[in-house]
Every structure is written in structure tokens, then in C-alpha cells.
Design a protein around this ligand. Structure first.
Ligand SMILES: NC(=O)c1ccc[n+]([C@@H]2O[C@H](COP(=O)([O-])OP(=O)(O)OC[C@H]3O[C@@H](n4cnc5c(N)ncnc54)[C@H](O)[C@@H]3O)[C@@H](O)[C@H]2O)c1
Length: 356
């Protein structure tokens, strides 16, 4: 029998441990599944242990998952690592705690960490995480979930193959009552990094009015839209690739991505996309969308991320959302704050290290 990887989840709120409603399985189900449910569902992983500081969270876990009586329950993460020896650890706590828990997992003998986004609240923390994982030969995957959405994944492969020519400009627009830069905007800014495949070089930005005091991200979990601003930013990547991020807290919900290349343009509304290209006999545009709705994926979103980790643990291979890419996204988020502090002027990346 193939090896079963033992999984542990630390942080048991909804995204950590919610149980999807019965009958909601299948590739196309909307986001909203949890780390625990994905480990339960994946045939090569077994839930070995969970951890949360709060007894209420542990009680809720027992009530939600009465069919998992064998899962070890801990309040002390260090104790969990020492006693349960998980192979894969999901870090699903508030963002300011990701670093300490990821480093502890990497040094415990675990072989992979699947960490929630954004990777951390400071670049110093992100660097500690990446270094600890590299030092210990541990895979580090960050849950910028859209990277495992089949349509985005397929489209990114098309762009990276060069089939559309060089990437020139990108844009994301982010609307909704919860269009908060750190909580949700991180997913969309990450798409800019994913599709450009390039290092960010500078940022010019403006935050939501009333957020001049917001000079540092504290990683408080982002529950309250009043505590996390919307923003607009112009972002320069290497090779003069230019991108815009534009968000506003509206009643209307949308996430829109465009990627314009020399020979074509991708347009996505949420995860539904189309490709515009020039025909060979003139300026007429043709639209193809079928290729952007691939049907042969076994798993998507977090389950896709876990499937990818299982494959990489078995056979090696690159990850779709490694810690190093998530660090680029964090650098842009922090660059937005730095530009706001500078009167919306251009801020060059990499940012100077604070030593904090
Ligand atoms: N990928 C997605 O679509 C998505 C969606 C929602 C949230 N998230 C991310 O998930 C993470 C959790 O978000 P949240 O809003 O549930 O956070 P939260 O702060 O509300 O809850 C995190 C849980 O972690 C526990 N915890 C904190 N420190 C701990 C420690 N040292 N040991 C054990 N348990 C500890 C807390 O008690 C709490 O139950 C964040 O990084 C967030 O950005 C991602």
C-alpha cells in the first residue's frame, strides 16, 4: 500500500477545520473547504493531530468531526510536533503567528508545511520561514488558493510557455464589502506575481482614506473590514512589466484579472476567463474560452495544493506556490504601505530590511 502521510493542522477556525455540507464534493465546488476536510478527503493523507490554544476551538472540532476520534488533540504545538511526528503540517493561525509555527514544524522532522496566506507580516519572518524550510529540506507551500484553480493554472501555463508572447501589462480589480488588502487582496496581488513570473521592482500606491495610521500590518486575522484598507497600486516588475491593483469596498463582489501579452490577452472574471487573440488575416479578434475551463483535474484549490504536496513528497518537483513567491506578494503589500507613508511616491523593491 502507498504511504499515508500524517497531517496536522494548527489553528481550528473555519478555514482550518470547517466541515463542508454533505453532497458538496467535486472539483468545481466553491472555495470554503478547510484544511482538515482536505486531508480527510485526500486518499494519501490521514488526519493525525490538531492544535489550537482555545479550548472552545477544540470542543468545536470534536463536535464537528465525531467520526475522527483517533485524531490527537493538543493545545501546545511543540508538544504536538514531539508526540505525533506529522509529515505535513498546515499552519492556519493569524498571519503574525505563521513564522514561529512554520519554523518549529520545519525543525521538528516534518517534511512539508502548508501555510495560510499572506506568508507572514514582515519580510524578516518570511525569510526565517523560507530559511528554516530550506535548511531542513522541508517543502513550503503557501495557500494563495487561486494558484490551484484549474482555469488560472491552465492559463498561467499557457502564458509561461510563451504561446502568447511576452507579458506586457496586468491588472486586477477587487470589489466587495471585504475588499481588504491584506485579508483578500493578497490573493489578487499574488495572481500578478503568478502570471508575470517576474520579480517586483517598485510600487506606487494609495490606501483607503482614513488609514494614514496603517503603517504596519499586525496580522490580526482580518475579520473586520474597518481594520484593513482597500488600496490602489501601480506595480513595476522586472522587464518593464507593469501591473495595477485597484480595490474598493463596494456591495458588488468581483475579482477581475487581465493579462496582456504581445499576441493575446486573457480576461478573467473570478475564475471564468476568455482569451482574445489577433487572427492572422487582419485585425479581427477571435475569442476562445474552452481552453480556460479544463475538465480533467482531479483536485482544485486547497485539495489541489495538498495533492501537489503529496506528489512532491513522493517524487520531488517544483511547487505551484512556494514560499519564495509568497514573499514577493508580501513585499508588494508592504511596499504599498511604504508608498502611502512616502506621500504615494514610488518605493523601490526590495524594501530595506528593518531588522525587526
Ligand atoms: N486561503 C483562504 O482563502 C483563507 C480564507 C480565510 C482565512 N485564511 C487565512 O487563514 C488564517 C487563519 O485565519 P482566521 O481568520 O481563522 O484567524 P484567527 O486568528 O481568527 O484564528 C486562528 C486560530 O488559530 C489559533 N491559534 C493562534 N495562535 C496559535 C498557536 N500558537 N497555537 C495554536 N493555535 C493558535 C487561534 O486560537 C484561532 O482559533 C489566516 O492566515 C488567514 O489569512 C485564508
Amino acid at each position: 500500500m502507498e504511504k499515508q502521510y500524517r497531517a496536522a493542522v494548527v489553528g481550528l477556525t473555519g478555514i482550518g477545520a470547517r466541515r463542508p455540507p454533505a453532497g458538496s464534493g467535486g472539483l468545481r465546488r466553491p472555495m470554503g473547504r478547510s484544511h482538515v476536510s482536505c486531508y480527510v478527503e485526500h486518499p494519501r493523507t490521514e488526519m493525525a493531530a490538531v492544535c489550537d490554544l482555545r479550548e472552545e476551538a477544540l470542543d468545536e472540532f470534536r463536535e464537528t468531526w465525531p467520526d475522527l476520534p483517533e485524531v490527537a488533540i493538543h493545545t501546545d504545538f511543540g508538544e504536538l510536533l514531539a508526540k505525533e511526528r506529522p509529515d505535513i503540517v498546515s499552519v492556519v493561525t493569524g498571519d503574525h503567528v505563521h513564522a514561529d509555527l512554520t519554523v518549529a514544524a520545519a525543525e521538528s522532522g516534518a517534511r512539508a508545511v502548508f501555510c495560510e496566506k499572506p506568508i507572514a507580516t514582515t519580510l524578516e519572518d518570511a525569510d526565517r520561514m523560507i530559511a528554516a524550510c530550506e535548511r531542513n529540506g522541508v517543502l513550503l507551500s503557501v495557500d494563495h488558493t487561486r494558484r490551484w484553480a484549474p482555469a488560472f493554472w491552465e492559463a498561467q501555463r499557457m502564458v509561461a510557455s510563451g504561446a502568447l508572447g511576452a507579458v506586457r501589462t496586468l491588472s486586477v480589480e477587487h470589489y466587495g464589502p471585504r475588499a481588504m488588502m491584506f485579508r483578500n487582496g493578497t490573493h489578487l496581488i499574488d495572481l500578478l506575481c503568478f502570471f508575470s513570473g517576474a520579480e517586483p521592482r517598485w510600487v506606487t500606491a494609495k490606501l483607503e482614506p482614513g488609514f494614514d495610521h496603517f503603517d504596519r500590518y499586525r496580522g490580526d486575522g482580518g475579520k473586520d473590514p474597518a481594520q484593513d484598507p482597500y488600496a490602489s497600486a501601480l506595480i513595476g516588475f522586472q522587464d518593464d512589466i507593469r501591473a495595477t491593483y485597484n480595490a474598493y469596498k463596494t456591495e458588488f463582489n468581483a475579482g477581475i484579472l487581465t493579462v496582456t501579452c504581445d499576441r493575446g490577452r486573457l480576461e478573467f472574471h473570478n475564475e471564468y476567463g476568455r482569451l482574445l487573440t489577433s487572427s492572422s488575416d487582419g485585425g479581427r479578434r477571435e475569442v476562445r474560452s474552452a481552453a480556460l475551463h479544463p475538465g480533467d483535474y482531479r483536485y482544485a484549490h486547497q485539495l489541489g495544493a495538498i495533492d501537489e504536496l503529496v506528489g512532491a513528497l513522493d517524487d520531488g518537483g517544483p511547487l505551484v506556490s512556494p514560499g519564495t513567491d509568497a514573499r514577493w506578494t508580501l513585499e508588494i503589500l508592504l511596499g504599498v504601505l511604504a508608498s502611502q507613508r512616502n506621500g504615494h511616491n514610488r518605493v523601490d523593491l526590495p524594501l530595506p530590511r528593518t531588522g525587526a
